[in-house]
Design a protein around this ligand. Structure first.
Ligand code: PLP
Length: 450
């Protein structure tokens, strides 16, 4: 008899076993429902009310946006393009209205001729671009992971699935910017059809105009995957990719944009409209969550009103957090150039045990951040990298300012530098967080009180 081989499983088998035990102990399916509801409530009480959330890709939505995510319209199917003739189903006149409002709000916000609201995630947005604007075997250039490059533009994501050959964009590890001189030498050798600027570690702007001029020689295009920077771009607090020469901009609506988790795509060139919209429907998206579309429309309206002040405070808070951590002995990348121009702050936490151990230690103190590869790491170190990535979206939307960033840096330094027990500091974190329970920069609650 051979020993039983456990079935292959990518998920943590212990957690799955625990869930099975919970369900086995339930007297009825209704009790199983209660187990689900209880887990949701536990998350809300902890992450929603007691934690300092510094996850860079996370944003709390306004009460109106959150309420829309359970709207009746979310149960309706409406695949296809806007308009009675273009839909498979009838009865969609109000859905057409919602979708058209969303699309026109996105165009207004980004000052563009074309936008699409149907991407259920930014990953799908990137696959849309690769499907529409490349053919299998084409060469593209994108940013490698240790410099912040995201898997969606690499071999292990949509770009790889499309069968593209991927060449690294050269990056300067000290300046944390594209090495333009090297790019000028390398790009003509491989003549990429697309050059993707898509990073999930994002501190400083890209030389889009110069890169555009280089690749225009052979008809290459710049694709800006602004997943993280989308809200900053909408609020006028980051570079403006389309105006600087990018052909397409995609992004996540659930990061700085502070809307529902969702994708956004905008472009200006009418010649791209047929290939991009065809890739969206019928190729990649059918039913597309009209409740999400309504929520996306409202978050675009919020950014029209509050975007500039909200995004400016996010960046000021990130710069303040970077400076405060540095002063307390936690090294932060980009310190020689003002730390950051986005919502992100990246610390090098090698001396404190590395990104994984540090993130786990902070979580025990109710401070949530994530491990991250930084320039000295190798891509295969992804599970135990040297960096810690933080972001200031949620703390800003809760009304915190630069003074609060000092307090947060204090909590972190006590745990990492002074080696205080996380649980002790964690009690004070909960106390500090307690008065910050209202979400601002929205029509529900306006601006934070000074
Ligand atoms: C987060 C991220 C994505 C994926 O976005 P989702 O909305 O989670 O699908 C794509 N590109 C970059 C650069 C990202 O950081």
């Amino acid at each position: 008899m051979s020993a039983a081989v456990p079935p292959f499983e990518v998920h943590d088998p212990e957690i799955l076993a625990q869930a099975r035990a919970v369900l086995d102990a339930c007297a009825s399916p209704q009790a199983m429902q209660e187990a689900v509801l209880a887990a949701v409530a536990r998350n809300e009480a902890w992450r929603g009310q007691r934690c300092i959330n510094l996850l860079a890709p996370e944003a709390p939505t306004s009460p109106t946006v959150r309420a829309l995510l359970s709207a009746e319209v979310g149960t309706r199917a409406a695949e296809g393009h806007i308009g009675a003739l273009n839909r498979w189903f009838v009865g969609t006149q109000y859905i057409d209205e919602i979708e058209a409002l969303c699309m026109e709000l996105l165009k207004k916000l980004f000052k563009v001729r074309y936008a699409d609201h149907r991407l259920v995630a930014s990953m799908i947005g990137n696959l849309t671009v690769y499907t529409a604007l490349t053919d299998p075997g084409d060469v593209i250039m994108s940013v490698p992971q240790p410099f912040g490059g995201h898997s969606s533009n690499r071999l292990d994501g949509p770009a790889g699935v499309r069968g593209l050959k991927i060449v690294d964009i050269p990056f300067d590890p000290l300046e944390l910017e594209v090495d333009l001189d090297l790019f000028r030498k390398m790009a003509p050798l491989v003549q990429p059809k697309l050059v993707t600027l898509g990073v999930s570690m994002t501190l400083f702007p890209f030389p889009i105009a110069a890169m555009h001029d280089i690749v225009a020689e052979w008809g290459g295009r710049i694709f800006f995957d602004g997943a993280h920077q989308l809200g900053l771009i909408a609020g006028g607090q980051f570079q403006d990719p389309l105006r600087e020469g990018a052909a397409v901009l995609t992004g996540s609506a659930g990061k700085t944009f502070s809307g529902p988790q969702s994708g956004v795509i905008v472009w200006d060139d009418p010649a791209l409209t047929e290939p991009l919209t065809h890739a969206i429907f019928p190729v990649l998206v059918a039913t597309h969550q009209v409740n999400r579309v309504a929520a996306l429309a409202v978050s675009a309206a919020e950014l029209l009103a509050f975007g500039p002040v909200y995004m400016a405070q996010i960046v000021r808070n990130a710069q303040a957090l970077g400076a405060a951590l540095t002063r307390r002995g936690i090294p932060v990348l980009g310190s020689h150039k003002g730390y950051t121009t986005t919502q992100q702050v990246i610390a090098d936490v090698r001396q404190f045990g590395g990104g994984l151990a540090v993130a786990q230690r902070l979580a025990r103190a109710n401070i949530i951040a994530n491990k991250n590869l930084i320039p000295n790491d190798r891509p295969e170190d992804w599970d135990r990298p040297s960096g810690l990535r933080m972001g200031t979206i949620e703390v800003t939307r809760l009304g915190m300012n630069e003074t609060a960033m000092e307090t947060i840096a204090d909590f972190m330094a006590r745990i990492l530098v002074e080696q205080e027990a996380p649980e002790t500091v964690g009690e004070e974190v909960i106390e500090f967080r307690q008065p910050y329970q209202t979400l601002y920069y929205c029509f529900d609650n306006g601006l934070p009180k000074k």
